[in-house]
Ligand binder design. Structure first.
Ligand SMILES: *Cc1c(COP(=O)(O)O)cnc(C)c1O
Length: 809
């Protein structure tokens, strides 16, 4: 009898010959990666069929998670883990003479997202499948994912991310499920069968082709579906444009304009770039997704009146909020329902997650643009708005002076958040503080009107990828100490808390961390040619580059330490390695200047003879999921230093906590909940609170200049920016100087500086007592189970979706 790994070796070898006609010794790691996927797919696809059949037979209610972004990263390792086959494959690959890690690295990250919002969608899919819940993703198959970042002379350079260059191993094209999406044209009305009928003419036809990606649940044989839509032209488009005939060049224009719809992911994390194309993408996703869902309901002969018993549509931020008018259109025009009936169905089926209170990120679109691109949808939005404003007038006399502020259409703009709130049965924020800010401030009037709609669902991360996969050393140690029940139930991580003061356990934890730091140090040396001290504190800030996330505050502290070292070469503190990973939106000039600043500071610090033994600054290029998986297990300190009230939740904070890093952070987003869980002695909190930030904004009483004038440290730091200390032509840094002192430091960097430096001193002092530090680290790991996305998804399933695992037969 052969064991499993030996059997697998044979299967892999046979598949290699069958697919590539190659012998083992001729195979490249890329060949081997593809062969691994092909063999895996045989069992994944069998379970996929079974899962679909089970959902059909049990008539299960399904959730569809509509999101413009799914930041999946690599799937090979997480799929193997979930299949319970990771070790078998690793063993077989080694026996065949391959390094499993190198084989898995052949997979190109699926980077169909910008940051937290897209990664959340991916973690949710993993949890849905792992909890055996009928849940699917709906997204766009962008031909190019988020740009690849290079750093050249300290500047960010963006390269296209052509992730489909090699075949994407996990997707299956489903041409049989193609639907048509219509853009532009005109709408005419007529009166037939005692009803107003709408006729859409002269529209542009776009084919939406679905590519399905299997989402493998954790050791439960469940395989759910992520459906990604691709836009294609149709050859017979011009049969409908008889006046134009078959104009070949016109056809090429049409083809180009259609293909653009699913070409690029917008590299804009939280600000809206005024692009018609982006709006077309949103409608493309929504219309294709809804049509395919309704088609499936019809195949099952479900009456449309009962749609909300079978389907729930969760929209990830406002980007897909055209589901509201599009579902109305399908129910009214295609199904022939009346307005009231269609409205009842829609508002029982759609649920909305809010992700931001940043003003510039609250989506609005010019009403002309919507009218031009989707004339029928525009009419429906107008009608929804009309009825909503009427009901405000009649039912809420106390809000009459607020109607313009609450309307869906006002000043020729369409407010997508208003559309989403009015058109849904559930509105949720993503952390307790964020939800409170929604209820009490940003959406206060809507909360008065629809109090029952608002709930909180604090974000989460899948502990399978963010602990088991990325930190196997820690996972093994945890299981040795407390058994493996935490794997199925992350709350059981709390079982390690009694070991937090156990010297033996502390040392084992320290050893795992040190191993991880060694590996990261090797990666840094390989990629940046900078030697880093493995005994130093690894201080990590990895996230999109944005003013509100305040990478600048971190840099201020580094420059401050640098200057103190120069003033007093004998200064005693634990050496630190500051590690950054961050992409800036290509059009976000300030963010790009901060990247240049980090690299300029790195250049000085890393080479200065008086400093380089104590401080290192590393900017790792191209921050993405697979890089996060390398950095996080090695982190000692997690920088979560956003201006209070600005970070809705954060999920990077959760990943780092789960891997034993201690947080230095403001009372913002989920940091607040981390503090509640671990206690204030196990986190380094500093800075303004959100209420203080609101008060300063309201009274306009903050003057950045005063802080500059009164604090010698700030003068020293800021003067470097204009004194050309870093480079000969540092206009970038002057720009930062002006934004702080002349634009009055929108994000309160100068205001929070002193408090931050103080907290950093506490970090240093605490780290010197390794026993205390490790105790805190263990408590953080133990309390992180709350942030498993399984918990989040259980809450969504119970409180919003009302979905359950199918009763298997
Ligand atoms: C988790 C994650 C994020 C979100 O990080 P925040 O610190 O919450 O902003 C962004 N990008 C990637 C690649 C991630 O894995």
């Amino acid at each position: 009898m052969k064991n499993q790994a030996e059997q697998l070796e044979q299967e892999l070898t046979e598949k290699l010959t069958l697919t590539f006609g190659k012998q083992l010794k001729e195979a490249t790691t890329k060949d081997m990666f593809q062969v691994v996927c092909l063999v895996m797919k045989e069992s994944i696809h069998a379970n996929w069929q079974k899962t679909k059949q089970l959902y059909r037979e049990t008539n299960s209610k399904q959730v569809y998670y509509f999101s413009m972004e799914f930041l999946l990263g690599r799937l090979v390792e997480s799929n193997l883990l979930n299949m319970g086959q990771l070790e078998t494959y690793q063993q077989a690959l080694r026996s065949l003479g391959f390094d499993p890690e190198r084989v898995f690295m052949e997979e190109h990250d699926a980077g169909l997202g910008n940051g937290g919002l897209g990664r959340l969608a991916a973690c949710f899919l993993d949890s849905l499948a792992s909890l055996q819940l009928p849940g699917n993703g709906m997204g766009i198959r962008y031909k190019y994912g988020l740009f690849q970042q290079k750093v050249v002379d300290g500047y960010q350079v963006e390269l296209p991310d052509y992730w489909l260059k090699d075949e994407y191993m996990w997707e299956t094209k489903r041409s049989d499920r193609t639907v048509e999406v219509r853009f532009g044209g005109t709408v005419e009305t007529s009166f037939e069968h005692h009803k107003l009928q709408f006729h859409h003419h002269d529209y542009e036809r776009v084919l939406a082709i679905p590519y399905d990606v299997p989402i493998v649940g954790f050791q439960n044989e469940t395989v759910n579906t992520l459906r990604l839509w691709s836009a294609e032209s149709t050859a017979n488009h011009f049969h409908f444009h008889s006046s134009r005939g078959h104009d070949y060049y016109h056809y090429l224009d049409y083809k180009r304009s259609v293909e653009k719809i699913s070409e690029f992911l917008y590299p804009d994390d939280s600000t809206y770039a005024g692009k018609v194309l982006r709006l077309k993408q949103q409608y493309f996703l929504v219309s294709a997704g809804l049509q395919s869902i309704l088609q499936q309901c019809k195949q099952k002969a479900l009456p449309m009146e009962q749609l909300s018993r079978h389907v729930v549509l969760q929209i990830n931020d406002t980007h897909p909020s055209l589901v509201v008018p599009e579902l109305m259109r399908l129910l009214l025009d295609e199904e022939g329902l009346g307005w009231d009936e269609a409205w009842a169905i829609t508002t029982e089926t759609v649920a909305y997650t809010n992700h931001t209170t940043l003003n510039e990120a609250l989506e609005t679109w010019p009403k002309d643009m919507i009218e031009m691109l989707f004339p029928r949808i525009y009419l429906i939005i107008e009608e929804i708005n009309e009825r909503f404003c009427q009901s405000l007038w009649h039912d809420y006399p106390e809000l009459r002076d607020k109607i313009a502020e609450l309307a869906i259409i006002s000043y020729d703009q369409i407010h997508m958040a208003h559309l989403a709130i009015v058109g849904s049965f559930s509105v949720n924020g993503v952390a307790e503080l964020h939800t409170r800010i929604l209820k009490e401030r940003v959406m206060k009037s809507f909360y008065t009107i629809f109090p029952e709609r608002f709930t909180n669902k604090t974000n989460g991360i899948t502990h399978r990828r963010w602990l088991m996969n990325c930190n196997p050393g820690l996972a093994r140690l945890l299981t040795e100490a407390i058994g493996d029940s935490w794997i199925k139930d992350a709350d059981r991580l709390a079982d390690i808390i009694p070991f937090s003061s156990d010297r033996g356990f502390q040392e084992a934890i320290a050893e795992v961390k040190h191993d991880n730091k060694k590996k990261l140090a090797a990666y840094i040396y390989q990629h940046a040619r900078i030697p880093v001290n493995e005994q130093s504190i690894f201080d990590v800030q990895i996230k999109r580059l944005h003013g509100y996330k305040r990478q600048l505050l971190n840099v201020f502290h580094i420059i401050h330490l640098y200057q103190r070292c120069l003033e007093n070469p004998a200064l005693e503190f634990t050496p630190r390695t500051f590690i950054f990973g961050a992409k800036a939106a290509p059009g976000y000039t300030f963010a790009k200047h901060v990247i240049k600043l980090i690299n300029a500071v790195a250049d000085k610090v890393n080479h200065h003879p008086l400093v380089k033994e104590k401080l290192k600054v590393i900017f790792l290029e191209n921050y993405q999921v697979s890089l996060a998986e390398r950095i996080i297990p090695a982190a000692d300190i997690s920088e979560q230093i956003s201006t209070a009230s600005k970070e809705a939740s954060g999920t990077g904070n959760m990943k780092l906590m789960m891997n034993g890093a201690l947080t230095i952070g403001t009372e913002d987003g989920a940091n607040v909940e981390i503090q509640q869980l671990v206690g204030e002695e196990n986190i380094f909190t500093f800075g303004l609170t959100s209420d203080e930030v609101f008060a300063l904004q309201q009274h306009g009483s903050y003057r950045a200049r005063d802080y500059y004038n009164q604090d010698r440290r700030l003068q020293q730091i800021l003067d470097l920016f204009v004194n050309e200390h870093f480079t000969s032509d540092d206009v970038e840094f002057k720009d930062i100087f002006y934004s702080l002192l002349y634009n009055n430091d929108e994000f309160f960097v100068l205001k929070d500086f002193d408090s931050y430096v103080h907290a950093q001193r506490c970090v240093d002092a605490t780290y010197r007592n390794q026993e205390k530090w490790l105790e805190k680290s263990i408590i953080n790991i133990g309390r992180s189970g709350t942030f498993a996305s399984d918990r989040t998804i259980r809450e969504y399933a119970a409180d919003i979706w009302n979905i359950h695992p199918p009763a298997s037969r």
